[in-house]
Ligand binder design. Structure first.
Ligand code: GZL
Length: 325
């Protein structure tokens, strides 16, 4: 993952005598409460969301939109890329053409961004990287990144397996190949129990593709007795495939998952999942604060790690019902 870029400043030509003045990139003085005094002072944000592939992404989108609202001082142009990198690249170029104050995006995969990131850097518009990570040759391509520690999530899942299923024969159901979440969760998990992994395949973070991948896995690796899935949605697809094969999820084949969305935690209560590592998607407020600071030319941390928890089958229905997402 690369490091932050310098903050953008723009020349603003004032009506009185074309006096040139350097102003911070914000078009206004949005304070933390977002009292900007009207449309001209809104912070104009271009946000490229990678898709709507999972419960996690839906919750993340809801959080981002709720925080980057007009009443909070933002003029948000939110574009869903339907998990296609080319759609994200087009949206990023559109944001440059619109000369927004800040660009934010969650890259669907880590590579393939060099050209567009250089174009954005040349435009002077600061980038706030959200959730996923990038692997690029562009120097200092973004000002700050906010997201979860994917590697630690994989390690936490692996440590539960080592403790509770030390002889398990594991099938690893991976997220979108080449995405930061997939690469790092695989690394963290495999470092702990990689010698127990007998097979891997991607379900692209979706329930349907997760089900299809596990149907094939149960044919290819009938000795599988534990599935590590990189997100809850694919894990729920795995439950369908396991039950269709006449086996009992959570017993014949244990399931260890990541995300902790409500449907995933419900599967834990229902004893179909055995352990869930949280990856919290609700960080819209933290993102809004970072964007405001960037727009106002303030220093920001290179990265903000969103804190995760973990859940086992001691979780109660009341716990699940109380969850925000
Ligand atoms: C993690 C996020 C992942 C989730 C999946 O921060 O990028 O993408 O784990 C989602 O549910 O598809």
């Amino acid at each position: 993952m690369s490091r932050p870029a310098p903050v953008r400043t723009r020349l603003a030509v004032l009506a009185t005598g074309a006096l040139l003045a350097l102003t911070a990139c914000s078009s206004g003085t949005a304070d933390a409460g977002g009292d900007t005094g009207g449309g001209d002072d809104l912070i104009r944000v271009g946000f490229s969301q990678l898709g709507a592939e999972s419960g996690w992404r839906t919750a993340n989108t809801e959080s981002v939109k709720a925080s980057l609202s007009e009443e909070n001082g933002f003029d948000l142009n939110f574009v869903d890329a339907q998990q296609k990198q080319e759609n994200q690249i087009k949206a990023l170029r559109d944001f440059v053409a619109q000369d927004v104050d800040v660009i934010a995006f969650s890259p669907v995969i880590e590579t393939g961004w060099d050209e567009v990131l250089q174009e954005i850097k040349d435009s002077g518009i600061p980038v706030v990287l959200v959730d996923r990570t990038v692997d690029t040759t562009v120097e200092d391509p973004f000002v700050t990144w906010i997201g979860a520690d994917f590697r630690q999530e994989g390690t936490t899942a692996g440590e539960w397996v080592a403790e509770n299923a030390p002889d398990a024969k594991i099938f690893e159901l991976q997220g979108t190949l080449g995405s930061g979440a997939q690469v790092d969760r695989e690394e963290g998990f495999d470092e702990v129990v990689g010698d127990q992994v007998i097979g891997k395949a991607s379900g692209n973070f979706t329930r349907a593709e997760g089900k299809t991948a596990v149907e094939a896995a149960l044919q290819a690796y009938p000795e599988t007795d534990l599935i590590f899935t990189h997100n809850d949605d694919m894990g729920l697809g795995a439950v369908e495939a396991i039950e269709a094969a006449g086996k009992v999820p959570g017993e014949d084949i244990k399931i260890v998952s990541v995300d902790g969305v409500r449907d995933g935690l419900q599967a834990l209560v229902d004893k179909k999942f055995n352990y869930v590592v949280e990856c919290n998607p609700v960080f819209g407020d933290q993102l809004a604060e970072l964007i405001t600071q960037v727009a106002n030319g303030e220093d920001v941390p290179e990265e903000t790690i969103v804190v995760d928890a973990a859940f086992d089958q001691t979780i109660t229905q009341a716990d699940v019902d109380a969850r925000a997402y």
